[in-house]
Each structure stands twice: as structure tokens, then as C-alpha cells.
Design a protein around this ligand. Structure first.
Ligand code: CMC
Length: 428
């Protein structure tokens, strides 16, 4: 028998169906709430209890620390798959066979040219511009050079838009970095793997041959996989809600990049490293910063700790912590920042304030340490997150459009002035 939830209000009783997801997650379906109650809405700041959609892409269980893309565990994917396979999986629902993967990659390579006029837009930015602002603008500007709006009911058009952005976005990422460093803007190398090509585009020196470093590429691949999707987080919800107005894929992605930029979301990886550097420069006194984080009159938060959904541990942080140590070891780097990070994590995990609030290191706590060891400038960290999240955003946008979801338009509870007469300026 199907379950129901009952609401008693104003002497009336209303019943709402309870729906069950494939992992037995229950949700009260309140689609008819306003119509049957005569206008009652719900209030849920930050949507802490509100499901905006049903989705078949990513499952996460914050209590148990489980994260799965299309049913595959993040641990297994990070160990056995590469980023392009994971992108295909997220977007199209199944792991590609060899032939599908090969043609997916060829199709991407065939679209990897970015209109040269885009360089003029990039040139207009000062070198000091934050790369996330530049990337968001460039992604939006791409629309002007790829003006075909996607007919989402056509598989070919949908596929075309997807490979186009997967091809061009890494070029924009590389250009954003190269502009900052004053390096010439260049294109990729079709003979390389997807991630290796990205690395080459970012770091190739004009006067030197590019040398592949297997450790670096593997670490980068793993980081991108770990960031590839995370169900209805702030930036993904932004992509879905912008796309729900039938704005195009690139416009929706550009909005997602802006949402990711914030320090409470993707921008935390930059904020973590800046925090660790500051603690190090201040003599490495982690206790002092722990006290600041707990002091309610101090706005300081321990960046890289806490998560809206994970209340036990962040499985991505576990994998990244090990990877960070391996990469630093393999590259022979001794980074004092890692010691500060370890000290801080140990203290926080034993501290009652953090235990009570279930605050654990999140994905961003260790990722910056790896990015730094790979030679990626701190300001580019969130851009790397965006690069990893791209397939997730695309998958979520595609799912939303294919299901023909209604335009995202929350309600509010008005608490402003009641109706009052207009007063002429001279009489105010
Ligand atoms: N340091 C100190 N106290 C914290 C922290 C922190 N990092 N995070 C949460 N708290 C406290 C908060 O003050 C509150 O305390 P109280 O109950 O006494 O008022 C309690 O813990 C609950 O916090 P909240 O802000 O209500 O929790 P939330 O679910 O709304 O926010 C969060 C989640 C990730 C925004 C928050 O934990 C935070 O700001 N963390 C630091 C930023 C960060 O690392 N963000 C990256 C998230 S992972 C990457 C991604 O997916 O975007």
C-alpha cells in the first residue's frame, strides 16, 4: 500500500503521497499543497529539507558517507576509470564501451577549436581579474560564436552541444591561466588523452617541449573524477534552474560557474589554502585558529570543514587525503602546509564543538594541497573544480530538459509593508 503523510490545518485534514527513491529515500510529494489548501506554501531557507527534483544521476548518503555516480561507487571510479569515461557515464547513464569512448573522444577533438575572436574578449580583462569571473564570462560569450539554440528533442543536436562544450571549455580554462601568466594562447594536441591534453594546454612553455608526467596526469584525472558531480548542490541547482527557463546550455553553465565561485561552495578550495598559508605564516599555531573558528563573535570559519549533506565523513576527502600524500611523496615535495593541515584536522576531529556539529574535512580541505604540488596557482583552484564539475552540470541540465521539468520558481512569505499610498517627493 502506498504511504501517505497527513497534514492537519485549520480543522481540515489533507493527505499527500510519500514517494520512495531507489535507495529507499522517502519524500512527501507536496505538488498539490497550494491548490488543495487554498494557498498554503512551505518555508525552507537554504532548501535544507526540500527536494527540487527526482534524479537518476548521483546518489549520496551523508550519514554513511556514500557517493555513487549512476550506481558506481566513487572509490571504484576514482581507482579504475578515467575522467572521460566518468563524464560519459554521468551524462548518458552507462559506462561507454571501447568504441563509444573512442568516438566520444574523437567527436570532442573535432570541436576543440575556439573562435579566435574570443581572444579579444579575454584580452579585455586585466591580468588581475579572478579566473572564475573570466571563465564565467568566456563561457557565456561562447554562445555568441555558437549561436544555434539546441533542440533538446533531437539526440544529434543535444549530443553536438555536449561535445562542443566538453571540447571548448578546457581551452577556455587553459587560456584563463595562460593570460594570467602572460603565456601565448594556444590549442590542444589531438594525439593526447583528454586530461593530458588539458595539462599540456595549461602548462606548455613556448620554448620547451611538453613532457608528460604520469603521476601528475593521474592525480589530475582522479581530482576531476572526484569533483564530477554531487547531486543538487548550489551550482548544480543553479544550472538546473537557469536551464529550466529554457536558457541554453552554455548560459546555464556560465551561471553555475558563478555559483561555484563562492567560498562556501567551490571557492572553499582557494580559501582553505589561503587559510593554511596564513596559519603557517603566523607560526603554525593551529589551536589559535581552532579557538577563532569556535568563537561565535568571530566570523572566521575553518575552511574545508563541514558539509550540508555529509554529517559523518566526506568520502571524497578520504580519497584525496591519501592521494595528496602519494603525490607529494612521488614528486618528492615536502610541503609544510600539509603538516598544518594534518594538525588542524586531528585537532578538529577530537574537538567537542566539531564533533557535536558533525564537522569533518570536506573535499576542499586536501585538494588545494595537490593542486599546489602540481604547480597550479591558488586562484585557479576553483577553476579546476569547475573543470571537474562540468560533466555533472551537463548531465543535470540534460536530465532536467529531457524530463521537461517546469520552470524553477519558488514562492515566498511576504513580510514587507502593506498597501500604502504614494507620497510625492516634495512631501517625503
Ligand atoms: N567552521 C566553524 N564552524 C562551522 C563550520 C566551519 N567550517 N561549518 C559549520 N559550522 C558551524 C556553524 O557555525 C553552525 O554552528 P551553530 O549550530 O552553533 O550555529 C553549525 O556548524 C552548522 O553550520 P551551518 O552553516 O548551519 O551548516 P550548513 O549546512 O548551512 O553549511 C557549509 C555547510 C559547507 C556551508 C559550512 O559547513 C561551511 O561554511 N564550511 C566552510 C566552507 C567550506 O569548506 N565549503 C566547502 C563545502 S564542500 C565543497 C562543495 O561541495 O561546495
Amino acid at each position: 500500500m502506498s504511504e501517505k503523510a497527513t497534514l492537519n490545518y485549520n480543522g481540515n485534514t489533507y493527505e499527500f503521497p510519500v514517494i520512495t527513491g531507489s535507495e529507499n529515500e522517502k519524500a512527501i510529494d507536496i505538488k498539490t499543497l497550494r491548490s488543495v489548501t487554498g494557498g498554503l506554501t512551505t518555508i525552507d531557507p537554504g532548501y535544507k529539507n526540500t527536494g527540487s527534483c527526482q534524479s537518476a544521476i548521483t546518489f549520496l548518503d551523508g550519514e554513511k558517507g556514500i557517493l555513487r555516480y549512476r550506481g558506481y561507487s566513487i572509490e571504484e571510479l576514482a581507482e579504475k576509470a578515467d575522467f572521460l569515461e566518468v563524464a560519459y557515464l554521468l551524462i548518458f547513464g552507462e559506462l561507454p564501451n571501447e568504441e563509444q569512448l573512442k568516438s566520444f573522444h574523437v567527436d570532442i577533438k573535432n570541436e576543440s577549436h575556439v573562435d579566435e575572436e574570443m581572444k579579444k574578449i579575454l584580452d579585455a580583462f586585466p591580468k588581475s581579474a579572478h579566473p572564475m569571473g573570466v571563465l564565467s564570462s568566456l563561457t557565456s560569450a561562447l554562445i555568441a560564436f555558437n549561436p544555434v539554440s539546441v533542440n533538446v528533442t533531437s539526440n544529434d543536436e543535444m549530443y553536438g552541444a555536449i561535445v562542443r562544450i566538453l571540447a571548448k571549455f578546457p581551452v577556455l580554462v587553459a587560456w584563463t591561466l595562460r593570460k594570467k601568466k602572460g603565456l601565448p594562447l594556444d590549442y590542444g594536441d589531438d594525439s593526447l588523452g583528454y586530461v593530458e591534453n588539458i595539462h599540456k594546454m595549461m602548462f606548455k612553455k613556448p620554448t620547451k617541449e611538453y613532457e608528460k608526467n604520469k603521476i601528475v596526469i593521474e592525480a589530475l584525472d582522479k581530482l576531476l573524477i572526484l569533483h564530477a558531480d554531487h547531486e543538487q548542490n548550489c551550482s548544480t541547482s543553479t544550472v538546473r534552474i537557469v536551464g529550466s527557463s529554457h536558457a541554453g546550455l552554455f548560459a546555464s553553465l556560465s551561471a553555475g560557474i558563478s555559483a561555484l565561485w563562492g567560498p562556501l561552495h567551490g571557492g572553499a578550495n582557494q580559501a582553505v589554502l589561503e587559510m593554511l598559508e596564513a596559519i603557517e605564516a603566523d607560526g603554525g599555531d593551529t589551536k589559535k585558529y581552532m579557538a577563532k573558528a569556535k568563537d561565535k563573535s568571530d566570523p572566521f570559519r575553518l575552511m574545508g570543514f563541514g558539509h550540508r549533506v555529509y554529517k559523518n565523513f566526506d568520502p571524497r576527502a578520504k580519497i584525496i587525503k591519501v592521494a595528496a600524500e602519494e603525490v607529494l611523496n612521488d614528486l618528492g615535495i615536502e610541503d609544510p602546509i600539509l603538516e598544518v593541515a594534518k594538525g588542524l584536522a586531528k585537532e578538529a576531529l577530537e574537538d567537542q564543538y566539531f564533533i557535536d556539529r558533525k564537522l569533518y574535512p570536506n573535499v576542499d580541505f586536501y585538494s588545494g594541497i595537490i593542486y599546489r604540488s602540481l604547480g597550479i596557482p591558488t586562484e585557479m583552484f576553483t577553476v579546476m573544480f569547475a573543470l571537474g564539475r562540468l560533466p555533472g552540470w551537463i548531465a543535470q541540465w540534460r536530465e532536467m530538459r529531457l524530463r521537461n521539468e517546469p520552470i524553477g520558481r519558488p514562492r515566498q512569505n511576504y513580510i514587507g509593508e502593506n498597501h500604502r499610498p504614494f507620497v510625492e517627493v516634495a512631501k517625503r
